[in-house]
Write a protein that binds this ligand. Structure first.
Ligand code: ATP
Ligand code: MG
Length: 723
């Protein structure tokens, strides 16, 4: 825009050489219409004040329309944007589409912006082209797709369809599948590092047709020596995880020895996961997509092996052709990918969520993933970087818009502004190949959206038509009822037991205690997120644990927007409740808050510079320093001061005994700062200038070496604070 305005100024001041540049600039943006081009041509050949005026006002009008939002500031795309599966049109009416095997798609937008509608629009066309579709949705709305084809199975996880997650895809050995399954089993759940191997070992001992209930029995029957040792921790976390997976309706689906998975792999399927818990949703989606991937990959490997062994010239056919010959394309639609791709999932022992890992490889099995999300800023990078197609609808949160803007490489001011003011059906999109500029378009209007959903009865009948007779709903109900009676007897027993021994934590409380044990310095809010608890449920569990004196609450000021944040400390009774010996404190004689700061500050410093050697509780000539940084033969001591009581002696010893070149004292609050500053002032001049005093939370935000070492230069020995 700026460039074009500058060219107009040059042209109006008589510089005709700018005409060619104007033509090129307008062309590059796709804004050059036939009239403007004629005006430029004629002005070049035969300069004329009238033509000049008309040209300038035509281009100015174009710029005004862009500024007013009438025309988008994005480059007008050319016909390279078209593909077989169409979902939008550009401002100039050109169709926007992609081809069946171009890659994954990501659709982001606030609620009601039209993500699901565009996903269905795409799947509708895919189904008509014979592409197999698997869709994971939280409501029954996807049943609309039964109007496109009746060849669609609906799995609502209320029985009828049987899935045994322990059965490997045909052709895969039990051992291979056990490894894959254990990855899925562990992910997104706080477990001990050794739990996965523990599970693998037990699974390998099970008979071939075992299911998850058999695995649970096996785990429960495992004897642990010593009873409070590491194995008992693994056992406990495996039991928690299995019970979580098998609770409620999902248990019904898994209560089988055979499995319908192979049939499902050959059909279109809608998986309605809305009634499952968040952790079950994640497990089911990861498990089924991984199963499909392995199943298809095995098929293509077998076909490749046959081809290698066949007498045909190996050069006649390439491996991609073999995959094309033996495998159909699968589209996997994830209508709500917020949780699955959440960057939080990276937190456990595994660096990348399984689904993110799969994205990079599933195309080898001709699988493409299309997902919708409200919060792109909360997603890990994998989906953004692996998607062929990124589509942004209107978003209400500025951080989300910024995240998408960056992901699509939009930097011009006018374009950025447009990202923030998208209207109904308007999108900004980007392909990663073919036409790589971000562009503006409008989603195709979908007419005749069926308003009525297909009933459960119709869906079940259709399932039976495709898969053959299933267990009848009544049978399911009856068996459920008898199960229910059984369960209520056991739960009565359980309640009785709990009331007899009311200080025993319940299973969700045990999971919470384990989380505190595993991540002692996570805030209470972080725990709720990891354990997938709502704030009210999390509060209830935490309060109950505090009441039972299994843990204790601490409020710590993290400064700035962090403010006062709540943390929990495991009490000796808490350790006992989960059968582990208590952990030692990090600092000698220090409490939780002291340990907390030592841990957070040292983690921050380690992340800041890899060439600093950061240690905690280093002992030098008999004196312990909370945190030390060694760098280029300099020793910097860092003391955590919750009070100023020991700081005089600490400072003196850190210099005289330990030989620190500088000492930083991180103080809990302003009162402690004032007292420590007075103590520092009383040191001799050489040392006084080598003391830095600041608030503890400021240390978590210091960004550079100079910022920390810029000590003593100031009058009060303060370190430079972030603005
Ligand atoms: N392309 C379209 N053509 C016609 N109507 C549409 C279109 N897109 C959206 N709508 C209308 O907007 C409503 C909301 O769209 P949709 O359910 O797709 O939004 P969403 O982004 O998936 O919302 P949520 O995040 O709440 O699931 C639809 O029920 C439909 O009435
Ligand atoms: Mg939706």
């Amino acid at each position: 825009m700026k460039e074009i305005s500058a060219l107009l100024r040059r042209i109006s001041s008589g510089d005709n050489t700018a005409l060619a540049e104007l033509r090129d600039a307008l062309k590059a943006k796709g804004w050059l219409d036939a009239n403007t081009e004629i005006l430029i041509d004629s002005q070049e050949v035969n300069p004329n004040p009238y033509v000049l005026k008309t040209l300038i006002s035509a281009v100015q009008e174009l710029l005004d329309r862009i500024t007013d939002g009438e025309i988008s500031p994005f480059k007008q795309p050319d016909e390279n944007l078209d593909g077989q599966i169409r979902f939008a049109v550009t401002e100039l009416g050109l169709p926007v589409g992609f081809n069946p095997e171009e890659g994954h798609g990501l659709f982001v937008g606030q609620t009601r912006s039209g993500k699901t509608t565009v996903l269905f629009l795409i799947l509708d066309q895919a189904l008509r082209q014979g592409i197999k579709c698997w869709l994971f949705v939280k409501s029954k709305e996807a049943r609309k797709l039964l109007t496109v084809t009746k060849e669609m199975i609906v799995v609502d996880f209320k029985g009828g369809i049987e899935i045994n997650p322990l059965l490997p895809p045909p052709g895969l050995s039990r051992g291979e599948w056990v490894n894959v399954f254990s990855d899925v089993f562990i992910q997104g759940f706080t477990v001990f590092e050794g739990t996965q191997n523990f599970i693998i070992e037990l699974m390998n001992q099970l008979p071939p047709d075992s299911n998850l209930f058999d695995l649970l029995c096996k785990v429960e029957a495992t004897k642990c020596f010593p009873p409070s040792g590491r194995t008992s921790n693994y056992k406990e976390s495996a039991i928690n995880r299995l019970r979580g997976i098998l609770s409620g309706d999902l248990g019904e689906t898994f209560k089988c020895r055979k499995s319908d998975l192979e049939s499902l792999a050959q059909h279109n399927v809608i998986f309605e996961i809305g009634n499952l818990t968040a952790s079950q949703q994640m497990f089911v989606t990861n498990l089924l997509t991984t199963w499909l991937f392995k199943y298809k990959l095995k098929k293509v490997e077998d076909a490749e092996a046959d081809w290698m062994a066949s007498p045909v010239e190996p050069f006649e056919i390439v491996p991609e052709d073999i995959a094309r010959k033996v495998l159909p394309i699968h589209y996997i639609g994830l209508d709500d990918a917020n949780l699955l791709f959440s960057k939080e999932i990276k937190r456990g022992f595994y660096p990348l969520a399984i689904i993110s890992d799969l994205l990079a490889t599933v195309r080898h099995a001709r699988i493409y993933v299309f997902c919708c999300t409200h919060y792109p800023n909360e997603l890990g990078e994998s989906i953004k970087s692996n998607a062929f197609l990124q589509v942004m609808f209107a978003l209400s949160n500025g951080d989300d818009v910024e995240c998408m803007r960056r992901s699509m490489g939009i930097y011009e001011l006018e374009m950025t502004k447009m990202c923030h003011r998208l209207k109904e059906r308007e999108i900004i999109a980007k392909f990663s190949k073919r036409y790589v500029e971000p562009f503006f378009a409008r989603v195709l209007e979908v007419e005749n959206i069926p308003s009525e959903w297909v009933s459960d009865k119709e869906a079940y009948e259709n399932n039976e038509r495709i898969l053959g007779p299933r267990k009848k709903t009544t049978e399911r109900k009856e068996s459920k009822e008898s199960e229910h009676t059984k369960e209520s007897v056991t739960s009565e027993k359980q309640e009785k037991k709990e009331s007899q021994d009311s200080n025993e934590p319940k299973s969700e409380e045990t999971a919470f205690l384990w989380d505190i044990y595993n991540r002692p310095y996570a805030s209470i809010k972080e725990r709720y997120d990891t354990l997938k608890l709502s704030a009210s449920k999390g509060d209830r569990i935490a309060d109950s644990l505090i009441r039972k004196k299994l843990c204790r609450k601490h409020k710590i000021n993290l400064g700035y927007r962090g403010g006062m944040t709540t943390f929990l400390e495991l009490m000796p009774e808490g350790y006992e409740a989960i059968g582990t010996p208590p952990k030692e404190h990090l600092s000698r004689g220090g409490g939780f808050e002291h340990d907390f700061w030592i841990n957070k500050i040292s983690e921050h410093l380690k992340a800041l510079r890899s060439d600093w050697q950061v240690s905690t509780e280093k002992q030098l000539k008999g004196k312990f320093i909370d945190v030390t940084i060694e760098f280029e033969n300099k020793l910097i001591g860092l003391e955590v001061a919750l009070t100023a009581v020991h700081e005089k002696i600490n400072l003196e010893k850190d210099f005289a005994l330990c030989g620190c070149d500088y000492v930083i004292v991180g103080c809990k609050d302003d009162k402690v700062i004032e007292e420590v500053k007075k103590i520092a002032q009383d040191l001799n001049e050489g040392r006084r200038n080598k003391v830095g005093v600041c608030l503890l939370h400021e240390l978590l935000r210091c960004k550079s070496l100079s910022e920390i070492l810029n000590l003593g230069g100031g009058k009060n020995g303060e370190i430079k604070r972030d603005s």
